[in-house]
Design a protein around this ligand. Structure first.
Ligand code: FAD
Length: 416
């Protein structure tokens, strides 16, 4: 074996690749991670850090009509940039076909089992591995200013209850009593007591620390460019930094997955769902509970070390620009709901590409045509929340154990 052969070769150094690496090391396997940039510099860096078993899929009935209404509004919470990108158009058609009440409900139930498993695994992992990532079992709260929108959200409340997700429906006064950072305009809220939050860049840094301590090898500035296959297996992976091989290979390339996947004959319908965040030093009246400001779709998370406004969803292809109008919409939105919407110092303005599948479910499982390849991608809006269960399931697959959850709904073969 040459020095660039590893037991398990992991492609992609985001929170999914890192979580798989840690679980594989805990199971006694050796790992090497390949990352084109620095570790966790993609979507895993500046996201909102909420851990949300309460989160319902994006393909709710009405999502697409809202997006069409907002087509020309550059700062809309959900935006599809008009373009003739065939991959995006095909993705949108498949997505639209799934925006029915039945598909929405069954997708939510399917994803919930994964989210709930991950929520408890994550708390145990953080405790057992002593990951210092500002994890707090804080719950989350969705808040409304518009009385009609809040009244309409009763349907969402009923669905959450039917699915068995803990949720409390509160009026404005009760919401303010729980979270005094909210201003007098709030008319109602849903409190999700089982949700939590952490600081995502610290979580990734702590996963990386443990991977290194347990003997994992990290190769940064190593961009994967292609594959060589032999006898239905991946024989080697070509990079800008030489050629690597692995007895097993894990594909965890987030929003970048389709391009490299197509070289392996994999159909991975993932679009980059672009989101933004602004990180500030903590304002004096920072909320203690992470908030979703519903009409503006802005997520507010604070930690002892800082404060972040984030979210918005834009389908604009692989667009690297930092759109000032969309960034400014975060602070403008927060100002409608909070006494003190921003912190004194802007520490970072950021965008990330969520790896969005059209059924809003991740892609987890063995690749159809390569015996030594496992896929762990397409985690969409919830990759941090789903990281712990993904790592566990990938380790189970690679060590030959029976997966602790049924992987059929997440199978890569569903897109053939
Ligand atoms: C604004 C925003 C807010 C969010 N909030 C939350 C939240 O509150 N809770 C939650 O659970 N999730 C949230 N998410 C989603 C979450 O960030 C993602 O689902 C998660 O980070 C995906 O992790 P990943 O490891 O799959 O992808 P990434 O972190 O993007 O990692 C993929 C890695 O692959 C590397 N790579 C790509 N191509 C190559 C190549 N050719 N060679 C080598 N390396 C390569 C990339 O550089 C990257 O580091 C949010 C996302 C955004 C944008």
């Amino acid at each position: 074996m040459n020095s660039k052969h590893s037991d398990v070769l992991i492609l992609g150094g985001g929170v999914i690749g890192l979580s798989c690496a840690l679980q594989l090391l805990r199971a006694g396997r050796g790992v090497r991670l390949l990352e084109q940039n620095t570790m966790a510099s993609g979507s895993s860096h500046g996201n909102c850090g909420t851990i949300t078993p309460s989160h319902l899929p994006l393909n709710a009935p009405g999502t697409l009509s809202k997006a069409l209404k907002w087509l020309l509004q550059v700062d809309a919470p959900l935006r599809i940039k008009p373009s003739f990108d065939p991959a995006l158009l095909s993705w949108l058609l498949h997505f639209a076909a799934r925006c029915t009440p039945q598909q929405f409900r069954s997708g939510a139930a399917t994803k919930l089992s994964l989210l709930q498993a991950s929520r408890s695994l994550l708390a145990a992992l953080i405790r057992d591995e002593q990951l210092a990532c500002e994890f707090v079992e804080s719950g989350t709260m969705y808040v409304w200013r518009d009385a009609q929108s809040y009244a309409e959200a009763a349907a969402e409340y009923r669905m959450l209850c039917e699915l068995g997700i803990a949720v409390e429906r509160l009026d404005g006064d009760a919401a303010r009593a729980l979270e005094p950072a909210l201003n007098a305009s709030i008319v109602g809220a849903h409190k999700h007591p089982d949700d939590a939050r952490l600081r995502p860049n610290r979580y990734a840094a702590e996963l990386l620390r443990r991977v290194r301590e347990l003997g994992g090898t990290i190769c940064e500035q190593t961009a994967i460019t292609g594959f060589s296959c032999d006898g239905g297996r991946i024989a080697s992976v070509a990079t800008t930094n030489g050629t690597y091989s692995g007895t097993d290979v894990v594909f965890a390339l987030g929003a970048w997955s389709p391009q490299l996947g197509s070289q392996l004959g994999l159909k991975l319908p993932i679009q980059p769902g672009k989101g933004y965040s602004i990180t500030y030093s903590r304002p004096g009246r920072a909320p203690t509970i992470p908030l979703v400001l519903k009409e503006r779709s802005v997520c507010v998370t604070s930690w002892a070390s800082g404060y972040r406004l984030g979210s918005t969803m834009e389908f604009a292809g692989y667009d690297h620009s930092l759109n000032r109008t969309r960034l400014d919409a975060l602070a403008r939105g927060a100002a409608e709901y909070l006494h003190e919407p921003v912190g004194p110092i802007v520490e970072e303005e950021w965008y990330g590409w969520r790896p969005m599948t059209y059924d809003d479910l991740p892609i987890l499982g063995r690749a159809p045509n390569h015996a030594n390849l496992v896929l762990a991608t397409g985690h969409g809006m919830l990759g941090v929340s789903l990281s712990a269960v993904t790592g566990r399931l990938v380790a189970e697959l690679i060590t030959g154990q029976k997966p602790s959850l049924d992987l059929a709904p997440y199978s890569p073969a569903r897109f053939r």
